[in-house]
Design a protein around this ligand. Structure first.
Ligand code: HEM
Length: 506
């Protein structure tokens, strides 16, 4: 017994020594990636841009290269400005880069840290990924829900026809309705008064507010989490508690509704019904299912809506490209029916146009941060364990090494001809990297395609005219991890009487 303890003690000591030796060895041999020089204790905290950080990161990239290192209050941050670093580090070494940073306000105090997008690398996260893959892991699985996508697209077109100026709101309702139907089988009726839609939207707004980095001091000084709610000035702590309650409701109310539907035999096919079935589940299994269903809503609604808004923005400016797409849709689909997912392969110009919109309008400019779970040396640089690794997707789309004349809006770059091959599809990186890559990629791709092609098949989108001159939108994007275009006006009108009638009779 006594000998065993000594052996255990010595083994532990040797492992620890090897660990520290390896770490020192790695860091001694390899320097940290280059980056702006920081101040003692604060590091680069004062350099970190409060707004549109992707632009500043790209400028630093010009000075320091494709990989750069920052430090904020002792926390290591590695920014990848070159997509090849992102592929080599986050895809090829995915095993050691699939953690997420601890977000004190959104993750810990409000509670989103238990959900699929923010949870640490652990068995529960593996379970989430399995469930997503079972339900929507391939294009074919998502296309099996094409009637849901088609019905909600019809509703979107009707709303645009009735009140075109509210197109932003319509886009959000469209994506919200799809994810609620797919996650819970819940079909929104009059969603202006729909309590469930309001509940999930409130939770999502609160998520966006709390997940924005640097918005809450507790994210920078985690010790503040121990401040009691009654403490003068601790409004943020009381806010965390209110938001936590909204989150709990958002998790439970739609899930319990879906369970009742299953029990009464009225459930529509959806994520919860397909995975829960009629079987009794353990509390742990239910917990995972509940969070995974909420992950579909939180991951899918705002992101895809930002994509549709970006499409409206691009079409307002790129009117000549819009005309070419109109002609293609007319020749393949005509004006007496709407396009369907089955038409996709026969609309190559529209496909290229949408791809160019995605390249030129990056609405998730920095992806979601990954965290290194081990020390690493990459390309001669030391990346310490715990480093937050950020991909600058915004910069990849502007990189002249990937795209010829990147500032030019040219769908043709994605049309392979005998003379040239198609350039890199931005979908290869805009959905993330490694094992954390977006599990909703096929759903996002299908719903975005169907909404945008149907809008173009039926409407003309043009700039507002003032004194005979077109007023083009600024094209600027707002701050936020999901970045929406700054509000702008455009004219949306039916292309013909035939397309207006087509929508009215839907
Ligand atoms: C155009 C729309 C969308 C874009 C651009 C997008 C993009 C992304 C990105 C960049 C990430 C982070 C990947 C990484 O860490 O490397 C992500 C994660 C995620 N997305 Fe999406 N997404 C979209 C739509 C959707 C949809 C429709 C769903 C759900 C059905 C969804 C669910 C999720 C979830 C659950 C995660 C977290 C995955 C994890 O951490 O393991 N997303 N998405």
């Amino acid at each position: 017994m006594h000998e065993n303890a000594i052996v255990l003690f010595l083994t532990g000591l040797v492992s620890l020594s090897i660990f520290f030796y390896k770490r020192r060895f790695k860091s001694a041999l390899a320097p940290l990636p280059p980056g702006p020089r920081g101040l003692p204790l604060l590091g680069n905290a004062l350099h970190l841009p409060p707004s549109r950080p992707w632009e500043t990161f790209a400028q630093w990239g010009k000075i320091y290269g494709g990989i750069l290192y920052l430090n904020a209050f002792g926390k290591s941050i590695v920014v990848l400005n070159d997509v090849n670093y992102a592929f080599d580090i986050l895809d090829k070494k995915s095993r050691i880069y699939n953690d997420r940073p601890k977000m004190m306000m959104a993750g810990q105090l409000v509670g989103w840290g238990e959900g699929p997008a923010l949870i640490h690398f652990c068995d529960t996260w593996v379970e989430y990924r399995k469930l997503f893959s079972q339900f929507m892991g391939t294009r074919a699985k998502v296309y099996a829900f094409d009637s849901v996508l088609q019905e909600e697209t019809n509703v979107l077109l009707k709303r645009i026809l009735n009140k075109s100026e509210d197109w932003t709101e319509h886009s959000r309702k469209f994506t919200g309705a799809i994810v609620l139907r797919l996650a819970y089988g819940y079909q929104t009726k009059n969603d202006d008064d729909d309590a469930l839609v309001k509940l999930v939207n409130d939770a999502m707004d609160q998520f966006s507010e709390t997940v924005t980095s640097g918005a809450f001091l507790v994210d920078i000084f985690p010790l503040l989490q121990y401040v009691p709610e009654w403490f003068p000035g601790a409004e943020w702590k009381r806010k965390a508690s209110r938001y936590r309650n909204t989150l709990r409701e958002m998790l439970n109310v739609p899930y319990d509704w879906a369970k009742e539907q299953i029990a009464s035999g009225a459930a529509r096919p959806c994520f919860v019904s397909s995975l829960l079935g009629g079987e009794k589940r353990t509390a742990k299994e239910e917990h995972i299912l509940k969070w995974a269903a909420a992950g579909i809503y939180s991951g899918g609604a705002d992101t895809t809506a930002a994509g549709i808004e970006s499409f409206f923005l691009a079409m307002t400016v790129q009117t000549s490209h819009q005309k070419i797409a109109h002609a293609e849709i007319d020749s393949v689909v005509g004006q007496d029916r709407l396009p369907t997912l089955a038409d996709r392969a026969r609309l190559p110009y529209f496909e290229a146009l949408l791809t160019e919109v995605l390249r030129t309008h990056q609405f998730i400019p920095l992806g979601l941060p990954h965290v290194a779970i081990e020390d690493d040396v990459h390309d001669g640089y030391f990346i310490p364990k715990g480093s937050m690794v950020i991909t600058n997707n915004w910069q990849y789309c502007k990189d002249p090494n990937i795209y010829k004349s990147p500032d030019l809006f040219s769908p043709e770059r994605f049309l392979a001809t005998e003379a040239h091959t198609s350039e890199t599809d931005p979908r290869n990186f805009m959905f993330g990297f490694g094992r954390r890559t977006c599990p909703g990629v096929h759903l996002a791709d299908a719903s975005l395609w169907l909404a945008c092609v149907s809008i173009l098949a039926t409407f003309d989108i043009c700039p507002v005219m003032k004194e005979g001159k077109p007023i083009f939108p600024s094209g600027k994007y707002m701050d936020g991890s999901i970045s929406h275009p700054e509000p702008f006006e455009c004219i949306i009108k039916p292309r013909s009487e035939a397309t207006a009638t087509l929508i009215q009779v839907l």
